[in-house]
Design a protein around this ligand. Structure first.
Ligand SMILES: NC(=O)C1=CN([C@@H]2O[C@H](COP(=O)(O)OP(=O)(O)OC[C@H]3O[C@@H](n4cnc5c(N)ncnc54)[C@H](O)[C@@H]3O)[C@@H](O)[C@H]2O)C=CC1
Ligand SMILES: O=C(O)CCC(=O)C(=O)O
Length: 447
């Protein structure tokens, strides 16, 4: 078995040696899925995983735009159309200076498994640009988004590829992107999700990734007859996912102690309540300021510069910022401090070594492709409402989201339970995600 995995990874490394994040994501999947393939004749010998690591299509393009000083700027735009076996490509767009092929391929690969887990018919894709929205005016953001869409529009469509937001792409950017798509195509369709509520968006989509992560953690805690009530919770990030994860934790009776951004983290020993969270939402979504400004409004809190929040004692940790933000040392600190549950809101925030430490300690650990799937699932629900030309209530969408997170949890139990009863959610999510895509690929032949 070990040789099968090594031989496969060698081949993937030969072709993608310069893409460390992509290799990391593939390795995690291969280690759990290859043993399953070897035991099941219908998948064995068909090179299904080898086909799945190769994007169906990679689009790379130039994005030229003019900044407020009248200077011409040039960025790179991408869309990775990874796998369309079970539905049109679906996945977010990331605008961040670190964006490159390795980052987008790892995200697109994860998205294939995640979307399969949602129970909805969506393939996987991801895209973005090395454009940095930080410090840009609204007009600059608009000009960049319009320039980006003036090329992307020919590669996407409501039945082909449906982008959405991710880091650096929120409701403002989605609006500008949609506006240019509509103008160029002269059609009003559900081609992008995360739209505004007055023009085709779904209620609960803004909240869905963060809420979904907490619903998933709730399901994990229930397996131990436990809950969020009275728990100390640390959250990283302070963007879309972190904000709504924090909100749901507060609603369920937990105490949120931290939030962070790339400059450091804030620690509020009294807990970040709904009013303080409203301050953070205004700070991040409207003023676009830094998390350190929190201590100006709440001076009893502390700002710890240049660090991540994992050193704070907690019961539950929710990494909601970015990839590889939690390493082995952080994992050991969390474990030594008595943490019982880690549920990933971000994509691949824990390193491989950190996950090994969580598994060794047999705590509850959920990988992002399962626990943060509520965002894309609700995007799927937005697509359904767009197709129906209809709008569900907040409660209807929230109940569907809860059901989907519960179904994903069940799938992880089905495929992830070890002989001693411990649930390896990484194995469960990878195999459950794989099976559905593999069946579709087998049915559709070698294409
Ligand atoms: N928005 C969505 O619906 C979904 C997002 N995700 C993932 O959740 C994570 C957060 O995304 P969003 O909240 O949407 O983005 P966002 O742009 O709203 O917020 C990103 C957050 O991460 C922080 N961050 C970014 N780079 C960082 C770094 N190098 N060090 C520390 N902090 C850093 C930012 O300061 C910010 O707080 C990402 O991994 C994204 O891929 C996953 C599923 C869906
Ligand atoms: O809502 C979507 O389509 C994309 C969400 C996303 O990018 C993700 O799940 O990582």
């Amino acid at each position: 078995m070990k040789r099968n995995i090594e031989a496969f990874l060698e081949l993937v490394k030969e072709r993608n040696g310069h893409e460390p994040e992509f290799l990391q994501a593939v390795e995690e999947v291969a280690e759990t899925v290859i043993p399953y393939i070897v035991k099941h004749d219908i998948y064995y010998g068909k090179n299904i995983l080898l086909r799945m690591v190769e994007p169906e299509r990679v689009i790379s393009f130039r994005v030229c735009w003019v900044d407020d000083k009248g200077e011409i700027q040039v960025n790179r735009g991408y869309r990775i159309q990874m796998n369309s076996a079970i539905g049109p490509y679906k996945g977010g767009l990331r605008f961040h200076p670190t964006v490159n092929m390795s980052i987008l391929k790892f995200l697109a690969f994860e998205q294939v498994f995640k979307n399969s887990l949602t129970t909805l018919p969506m393939g996987g894709g991801k895209g973005g640009s090395d454009f940095d929205p930080k410090g840009k005016s609204d007009n600059e953001i608009m000009r960049f988004c319009h320039a980006f869409m003036s090329e992307l529009f020919r590669h996407i469509g409501p039945n082909t590829d449906i982008p959405a937001g991710d880091i650096g792409v929120g409701s403002r950017e989605i609006g500008f992107l949609f506006g240019m798509y509509k103008k160029l195509r002269n059609e009003f369709t559900g081609v992008i999700t995360g739209k505004g509520m007055t023009w085709g968006g779904s209620l609960i989509r803004p909240e869905a990734t963060g809420y979904g992560n907490v619903y998933f953690a709730q399901k994990m805690l229930e397996t131990k007859n436990d809950s969020f009530k009275g728990k100390d919770v640390i959250v990283s990030g302070s963007g879309n996912v972190a904000q709504y994860a924090a909100e749901k934790v507060i609603q369920l009776g937990g105490k949120v102690l931290t939030l962070s951004d790339s400059s450091g983290y804030i620690y509020d020993a009294n807990g970040i309540d709904i009013d303080k969270l409203a301050f953070v939402m205004e700070l991040k979504n409207v003023k676009r300021g830094r998390i350190s400004e929190y201590i100006e409004a709440y001076p009893t809190a502390k700002f710890i510069k240049g660090k991540t929040p994992w050193e704070i004692k907690c019961d539950i940790a929710l990494p909601c910022a970015t990839q590889n933000e939690l390493n082995e040392e952080d994992a050991n600190t969390l474990l030594n401090n008595g943490c019982i549950c880690v549920s990933e809101g971000a994509n691949m925030p824990s390193t491989k070594e950190a996950i090994t430490a969580f598994h060794k300690a047999k705590i509850l650990f959920a990988p992002g492709k399962a626990s943060n799937a509520g965002g894309v699932a609700t995007s799927g629900l937005e697509m359904t409402q767009n197709s129906l030309r209809y709008k569900w209530t907040r409660e209807e969408v929230d109940n569907k989201l809860k059901d989907i997170m519960s179904d994903i949890h069940k799938s992880c139990l089905e495929f992830g339970k070890d002989e001693d009863g411990y649930v390896d959610y990484v194995k469960g999510a990878n195999i459950a995600g794989f099976v559905k895509v593999a069946e579709a690929m087998l049915a559709q032949g070698i294409v």
